[in-house]
Design a protein around this ligand. Sequence first.
Ligand SMILES: *[C@@H]1O[C@H](CO)[C@@H](O)[C@H](O)[C@H]1NC(C)=O
Ligand SMILES: *[C@@H]1O[C@H](CO)[C@@H](O)[C@H](O)[C@H]1NC(C)=O
Ligand SMILES: *[C@@H]1O[C@H](CO)[C@@H](O)[C@H](O)[C@H]1NC(C)=O
Ligand SMILES: *[C@@H]1O[C@H](CO)[C@@H](O)[C@H](O)[C@H]1NC(C)=O
Ligand SMILES: *[C@@H]1O[C@H](CO)[C@@H](O)[C@H](O)[C@H]1NC(C)=O
Ligand SMILES: *[C@@H]1O[C@H](CO)[C@@H](O)[C@H](O)[C@H]1NC(C)=O
Ligand SMILES: *[C@@H]1O[C@H](CO)[C@@H](O)[C@H](O)[C@H]1NC(C)=O
Ligand SMILES: *[C@@H]1O[C@H](CO)[C@@H](O)[C@H](O)[C@H]1NC(C)=O
Ligand SMILES: *[C@@H]1O[C@H](CO)[C@@H](O)[C@H](O)[C@H]1NC(C)=O
Ligand SMILES: *[C@@H]1O[C@H](CO)[C@@H](O)[C@H](O)[C@H]1NC(C)=O
Length: 365
Amino acid sequence: MFPSIRSVALAGFAASLLPQALAQTSTSCNPLNATCPADAALGTNATFLFNETSANSKLWNTTAGTIDYNSTGGQFTISEKGVSPTLISNFFIFFGRVDVVLKAASGQGIVSSIVLESDDLDEVDFEWIGGNNTSWQSNYFGKGNTTSYDRAVWHDVDDPQGTFHNYSVDWTKEKIDWYVDNELIRTLNYEDANGGDNFPQTPMNIRLGIWAGGDPDSNSYWTVQWSGGEVDYDDCPFTMSVREVFVQDYSSGKEYKWGDHTGSYDSIEIVNGTSEAYEELYVPSGTKAKWDSLPTWAKAAIGVGSVAVVAVAAGAFILFFLKKRREGRAAYQLQEQNMAKEQEELLEYKSNYQQIKGNSTEIHR
Ligand SMILES: *[C@@H]1O[C@H](CO)[C@@H](O)[C@H](O)[C@H]1NC(C)=O
Ligand SMILES: *[C@@H]1O[C@H](CO)[C@@H](O)[C@H](O)[C@H]1NC(C)=O
Ligand SMILES: *[C@@H]1O[C@H](CO)[C@@H](O)[C@H](O)[C@H]1NC(C)=O
Ligand SMILES: *[C@@H]1O[C@H](CO)[C@@H](O)[C@H](O)[C@H]1NC(C)=O
Ligand SMILES: *[C@@H]1O[C@H](CO)[C@@H](O)[C@H](O)[C@H]1NC(C)=O
Ligand SMILES: *[C@@H]1O[C@H](CO)[C@@H](O)[C@H](O)[C@H]1NC(C)=O
Ligand SMILES: *[C@@H]1O[C@H](CO)[C@@H](O)[C@H](O)[C@H]1NC(C)=O
Ligand SMILES: *[C@@H]1O[C@H](CO)[C@@H](O)[C@H](O)[C@H]1NC(C)=O
Ligand SMILES: *[C@@H]1O[C@H](CO)[C@@H](O)[C@H](O)[C@H]1NC(C)=O
Ligand SMILES: *[C@@H]1O[C@H](CO)[C@@H](O)[C@H](O)[C@H]1NC(C)=O
């Protein structure tokens, strides 16, 4: 592993400034008390084979560290202190299914995670701690409420650090089902989450990451305990490997608007149209200009799957639904001028994350 200049800089930055970030509250726009921009929808389904192609940078942001892609999958590696590779989708789903084929990292204090997260801090989690090679934890939060004591549940799984398993979540407004290798492991019903109040129900994006929960310099005592103890950086590298991600949005449309400050699914307005993610995934680049010139009704028709109608009308779309092969430009190759913004996002993410983890660890006392 050859850490880039960027990840080294981030490491130093994160290590020195995180405590301050924790002291300040998050700068993210929280729809519970602010008017926030709409969330870009996925509005369709998509398969990402990280064993074949790196994450498309229009659809995913590498907000911390670097991710190496090889034929085993996307490799999220902690190569040294302060590095916590994180990949966040730019698109949101408003109920849906997510399957992640993943092998968790080993290493005491190292946390591998799949997180679905909304702007108002609804959250659905899968987490593995590196010191434990026989289990994983499901968890959830509604509206950032961390005061419940029955959310986190440990589950058995065979060799999570040595074997890829298919971890899935099926999320509807009625319930959340967590699956491992097609086996239903846990169900959370809407009403069982504090009468629905704490039920995740607003558009969420997908976050894959590895972080050092067992680093006492950036985490609370309880987070270190929950993570299984302190990290020994002499044991680096620690790698979480993600082979495949499938995401299906149960809503279709262009974006999700926050109608009020309740954080209720009723308040989310689905804006009709074709999502940018859809265009990126399913409209071949050679025909992009032609696509842009299409009338709105035609794009909308394609968005809901009426391909034939528009294929006839537009004439030129022989290659519809042929998934565009990515140029192989890794998402982490970001411009230097984006550094400040990324660092801000990292801090914001960590601050949310640690606030949540810090509180949630009380459960495990
Ligand atoms: C509004 O939300 C932000 C972000 O979560 C939080 O820091 C702030 O304290 C909230 N303000 C009020 C008045 O709830
Ligand atoms: C994905 O979406 C397409 C239409 O957009 C649909 O035909 C297909 O069945 C979906 N695949 C899955 C696995 O749901
Ligand atoms: C990538 O993984 C998928 C299954 O997850 C598999 O079908 C495909 O053959 C793999 N590709 C390579 C290049 O190994
Ligand atoms: C991909 O990288 C990981 C982590 O470095 C490594 O364990 C794995 O063997 C690599 N796969 C291939 C095919 O080289
Ligand atoms: C990802 O990056 C793009 C461009 O750099 C930015 O517009 C977008 O807001 C970012 N999204 C997230 C979720 O960080
Ligand atoms: C792994 O976690 C499970 C669930 O908390 C626990 O029962 C088991 O003892 C742990 N194993 C180790 C090696 O800590
Ligand atoms: C947070 O959740 C707890 C129980 O799950 C509930 O008693 C409490 O009222 C909730 N707090 C808020 C602000 O909704
Ligand atoms: C986890 O346990 C399995 C089964 O004992 C073993 O094969 C595998 O090597 C272990 N993985 C690690 C990273 O120790
Ligand atoms: C993963 O599990 C889901 C549901 O449990 C299943 O529909 C999907 O086909 C599985 N994916 C892979 C790659 O095995
Ligand atoms: C969006 O599309 C749905 C279904 O096609 C339709 O019922 C609804 O009226 C549309 N909304 C707007 C604002 O156009």
